[in-house]
Design a protein around this ligand. Structure first.
Ligand code: PMP
Length: 358
């Protein structure tokens, strides 16, 4: 057995993999594979509607919001959001917490004034900026990335502001309680806690869309309204990622919902951080108040080779722990599908390695 700690595409629960295999062979007893199922069939519409409703139930999302499943992963949202909400003369405020927010900033600059109002670049993104001014301009929205999978930081309290908040929740949606009402738009790539890569879920406040959408939106595929009016089936939707998201959502609900996973994720993260903080060779230098519970980064002290530890971990069947290529070091994803037992196995491997070094 392999213990998969990859940050994405990420580990899937074995039950969900088994259900996927069944669906590929014979989808809901139709004698057809899910991969060849017509996207307007009653079977697929059931999957799509059930996925939306299960997500709404799990996160207590009110009817003021629409839920969309769209092609293009989270990266398409980097540009789709400013395309819909930022005009050339308008301002949007961005908090720069590293790579994923920077990608969003670069895209937003193509459409309007994307202003970086705070950044933790000075410390190589080891903390979440807390001091910023949202009053100096009439900002259309405030953009932030709730969990920074490359640097292991996360927002634990969101800004209280009258400015509408838009959040990339790719790496922590469904891992803990969030109050969706604090946001006007939330999106997440499906590849972390909702299954496989290639698509994203977008939760969008209808009133925000009606009042704040810019006039320019003539490109149908990029217009949120196109997808709302066709209930996520404007063109052939990504049926496989959506079907896996449906299975993941039902698995999350069956396991006990967000309450269960919030506790479980905290328990996993606390266990790993405690080991790292007491280790003689590993360290984590993220501001303790801003540490992520879903992506834990760490480094190795002195001249010990990173590759040597990665090879050792691989021999212990722990895979996917290498840091993002832009920062190196190590990174362990503790998404919902990663069990507490897997984390214990990793910590055992780390402490065995530590004994071989000291
Ligand atoms: N935002 C965050 C926080 C991410 O971690 C990632 C992917 N790792 C993305 C956006 C981009 O997602 P995708 O590759 O599915 O477009």
């Amino acid at each position: 057995m392999k213990y998969n700690f990859a940050s994405g595409p990420a580990a899937l629960p074995q039950e969900v993999i088994n259900d996927i295999i069944c669906g590929i062979n014979n989808f809901k007893d139709s004698k057809l594979s899910i991969l060849e199922t017509y996207h307007r069939s009653a079977e697929f519409i059931h999957i799509l509607e059930n996925a939306k409703h299960t997500l709404k139930r799990l996160l207590a999302i009110s009817d003021d919001y629409e839920v969309l499943f769209l092609h293009g992963g989270a990266s398409l949202q980097f540009l789709m959001i400013p395309y819909n909400f930022l005009d050339a003369k308008e301002y949007a405020a961005f908090i720069d917490t590293g790579l994923w927010s920077q990608k969003a900033i670069l895209q937003a600059k193509q459409f309007g004034n994307a202003m970086v109002i705070a950044s933790s670049k000075d410390s190589n993104y080891k903390y979440i900026p807390k001091n910023f001014n949202l009053e100096d301009k009439d900002y259309k929205y405030l953009y932030l990335c709730s969990n920074n999978s490359v640097y292991g930081t996360a927002w634990h309290h969101y800004p209280e502001t009258r400015v509408p908040i838009v959040a990339d929740m790719t790496s922590d949606l469904l891992t803990k309680q969030i109050n969706i009402n604090q946001f006007k738009l939330v999106y997440a790539s499906l590849q972390k806690n909702l299954g496989v890569a290639g698509a994203a879920v977008v939760i969008i406040n209808k009133n925000f869309l009606d009042k704040f959408q810019v006039k320019r939106c003539t490109l149908d595929m990029l217009n949120f309204k196109t997808h709302i009016s066709s209930a996520s089936i404007y063109n052939t939707p990504p049926i496989f990622p959506i079907s896996v998201a449906y299975l993941m959502l039902n698995w999350i609900e069956k396991k006990g919902g967000i309450t269960f996973f919030q506790d479980d994720n905290l328990k996993k993260a606390t266990y790993l951080y405690k080991y790292i903080d007491n280790s003689n060779i590993f360290f984590n230098d993220v501001d303790k108040n801003d540490r992520s519970t879903t992506n834990i980064v760490f480094n190795i002290k002195g001249k010990i080779s990173e590759q040597d530890f990665i090879d050792f971990a691989n021999r212990c069947n722990c895979v996917g722990i290498q840091g993002h290529r832009s920062v190196k070091g190590f990174r362990v994803a503790l998404y919902n599908a990663v069990s507490y037992e897997s984390v214990k196995h990793l910590v055992d491997a780390m402490s065995q390695y530590e004994k071989t070094i000291i």
